[in-house]
Design a protein around this ligand. Sequence first.
Ligand SMILES: Nc1ncnc2c1ncn2[C@@H]1O[C@H](COP(=O)(O)OP(=O)(O)OP(=O)(O)O)[C@@H](O)[C@H]1O
Ligand SMILES: [Mg+2]
Length: 308
Amino acid sequence: MIEVEGLVKTFKDVSAVGGVSFSVKEGEIFAFLGPNGAGKSTTVQMLTTLVRPTSGMARVNGYDVVKREKEVRLSIGVALQETGIDKVLTGRELLVLQGRLFKMSREEAEHRANELLKVVSLTDAADRRSGTYSGGMRRRLDLALTLVHRPTVLFLDEPTTGLDPASRVEIWNEVRRLNREFGTTIFLTTQYLEEADELADRIAIIHHGKIVSEGTPEELKQLVGGETVAMDFSNESEAATVASHFGTTANGTHVAFELRNVTLTEIVRALDEQKLQPERLTVKQPSLDDVFLKVTGESYEGGEIHVD
Ligand SMILES: Nc1ncnc2c1ncn2[C@@H]1O[C@H](COP(=O)(O)OP(=O)(O)OP(=O)(O)O)[C@@H](O)[C@H]1O
Ligand SMILES: [Mg+2]
């Protein structure tokens, strides 16, 4: 659905995108994860024909983004980072207008608007001016607007930046639903590690205009190792006993090691046999945060928001 080879964009002396290559299969959710200024929006703009690449090649739905602009535009839906929604018109009016722009009859456009209002749960707010919508509602309207002409590929540039955790989860659910129910291929960008982890089948980490790592969330986490278990004991001798049992050394009263050749059950059994009880036992999954640190040597500065 999307094929990209050595795509470059240079603005005067600023290298925004420094040669990225990747491909996205039909029905996949692919995330570009990176901090501010990484080159995410510039990539989206090249793939959606809004910005001309300096060099390299990109095809969307089989069409070259430079030579077949028109065909590309007809097969895609785009929600840009800066939304340009008119505030005076209602959600319904905006959807109908969009349908008319895609040459639908009034009847057809109205029918499609009703359908989409339901898809993004805005039926109740349909006849209010969009200027009165909350940030989350506006993003959902944005999403609906991109879907009017039934695109096969959807580009979402930071669909949840600036939203509160609850609205973010709502958008995640919509994105998943579009992908599952309509088989829409989705390319999204995000600064949130958690968002990429939650939504994407595959993630490319982009940093200073280059892809520094790519894979499924699980593959990326494998890069930094498996799950680790950590235990704290009330005294150092207990910690030392447990550590030596598992072929490691304690750090004061703290023992931590990777769950590689041993299961949690075996650990609990061993503790029980030796009548040792840690004050605290936690299992930690490797996170994309760890991955980012490993592949870039920098810690991640995108605002991580946790959702329970
Ligand atoms: N029109 C432009 N002229 C000059 N430089 C630009 C232009 N557009 C982007 N850049 C630069 O290119 C780099 C990448 O910008 P881009 O907007 O693609 O980043 P981003 O990953 O989308 O960041 P953010 O998360 O903040 O949206 C930045 O250094 C930016 O300043
Ligand atoms: Mg951007």
